[in-house]
Design a protein around this ligand. Structure first.
Ligand SMILES: Nc1ncnc2c1ncn2[C@@H]1O[C@H](COP(=O)(O)OP(=O)(O)OP(=O)(O)O)[C@@H](O)[C@H]1O
Ligand SMILES: [Mg+2]
Length: 374
């Protein structure tokens, strides 16, 4: 959808962006984050030709934009600029409707859409439509900027720190709105921010920039789990995963070699295996390694030692898949009052086991990392 190809930018003699290449897929929300002055705004402005690259190419929908008329290009790209950029001599309504009107859309349709968008960003249309930007607070102006970007019906929206002047409550609600709107309307959005929490919350992918170079471009989850280098690790802070337990998935804290037994063994053998490995339960699997049951020491120790595992095992067992997150696993364990959960793949083959202590040790290793970092 948007492709930067070997883009460099020099201002005076100074190289701000150096051989920057990046692919943004349609329908993705990509966040640019990095220290002040690293070139985020410059990159954004190159997409709608407000800034020309010194070298390299940018493709939007497959077209090299150096060959596209800038006015035409900008009509199809929504843009929320840093510091709002509302036209001071136009009312809020005129500001929001500017581009749709230029495009010659039906004025009734435009007006009802404007009202809807103002509602979405939390401004009562009755009250605000006829006001001028200077009669609004900075945060309210930013919200109008967001509404205006969405009014264009364009597939691409560029947002340069759109929520920076908002109070935390409004900011959180607009982040939620943006996330939902983007998923629903399937827009491609590039969003610049300084706030890592904001990035984690809304991004499909985060692009971490420094001095015009990409340090890492990946999903929030992968960046949190595997920061590319020390700068990224410092930038995200080691404690992020703690703040985002939903990003910890089963594969981060499962035991990958659970002790198991086949169904044709007997109780005596099962007890021996438990003693040997110092465990109090065994997963029962068949030849294809599919999970078919579970036995616990408590459940079998009073039984005849010759009983066959297949006859005494519990067959109705809960399991989880590798991509389940910590929150849902803990909820399942608490709800069913169980201390362990087998992990299976989509073919019900046993691939791991979660126990309370495996969760605890995964969390404490994160804690130790954190103490080293601070
Ligand atoms: N028109 C210009 N002429 C000269 N230098 C410029 C111009 N525009 C930007 N720069 C320089 O390019 C660098 C990148 O600027 P840019 O605005 O892209 O940074 P940014 O990452 O958006 O920063 P911030 O987070 O503070 O908004 C800065 O050092 C800035 O001073
Ligand atoms: Mg900027």
């Amino acid at each position: 959808m948007i492709q930067f190809k070997n883009i460099s930018k020099r201002f005076g003699g100074k190289t701000i962006i150096n051989q920057f290449s990046l692919n943004i897929e349609a329908g993705e929300l990509v966040v640019f984050i990095g220290p002040s002055g690293c070139g985020k705004t410059t990159l954004l402005k190159m997409i709608n030709k407000l800034v020309q690259p010194s070298s390299g190419q940018i493709f939007v929908n497959g077209s090299d934009i150096s060959k596209v008329n800038p006015i035409e290009l900008r009509r199809n790209i929504g843009y929320v600029i840093q510091n709002t950029g509302l036209f001071p001599h136009m009312t809020i309504q005129e500001n929001v409707e500017l581009i749709p009107k230029l495009k010659g859309e039906d004025s009734q349709v435009i007006e009802s859409k404007t009202k809807e968008l103002l509602q979405i960003v939390g401004l009562d249309p009755q009250e605000y439509l006829d006001r001028y930007p200077k009669e609004l607070s900075g945060g309210q102006q930013q919200r109008v900027g967001v509404a205006r970007a969405f009014s264009t019906d364009s597939d691409i929206i560029l947002m340069d720190e759109p929520f920076s002047a908002l109070d935390p409550v409004t900011r959180t609600s607009l982040q939620d709105e943006l996330y939902l709107m983007q998923k629903e309307l399937n827009k491609t959005i590039i969003f610049v921010t300084h706030d890592m929490d904001e990035a984690i919350k809304i991004a499909d992918k985060i692009c971490i920039l420094k001095d015009g170079n990409i340090l890492q471009y990946d999903t929030p989850e992968n960046i949190l789990k595997n920061p590319a280098d020390d700068f990224v690790a410092d930038f995200i802070g080691k404690r992020r995963i703690w703040n985002n337990p939903e990003l910890m998935t089963v594969e981060d804290f499962m035991i990958t070699n659970p002790i198991k037994i086949t169904a044709r063994r007997n109780v005596l053998q099962a007890i021996e295996i438990m003693k040997e490995y110092k465990v109090d339960s065994l997963m029962v699997t068949n030849k294809q390694n599919k999970l078919i049951g579970l036995i616990t020491l408590k459940g079998i120790q009073l039984l005849n030692r010759n009983s066959i595992v297949a006859d005494v095992m519990e067959k109705n067992i809960l399991s989880v898949t590798e991509d389940a997150n910590l929150i849902s696993v803990l909820a399942t364990m608490n709800e069913h009052r169980i201390g362990y959960l087998p992990v299976v793949n989509f073919e019900n083959q046993l691939i791991g086991l979660i126990t309370r202590s495996s969760i605890l040790s995964a969390l404490s290793s994160q804690l130790i990392d954190m103490e080293v970092a601070f």
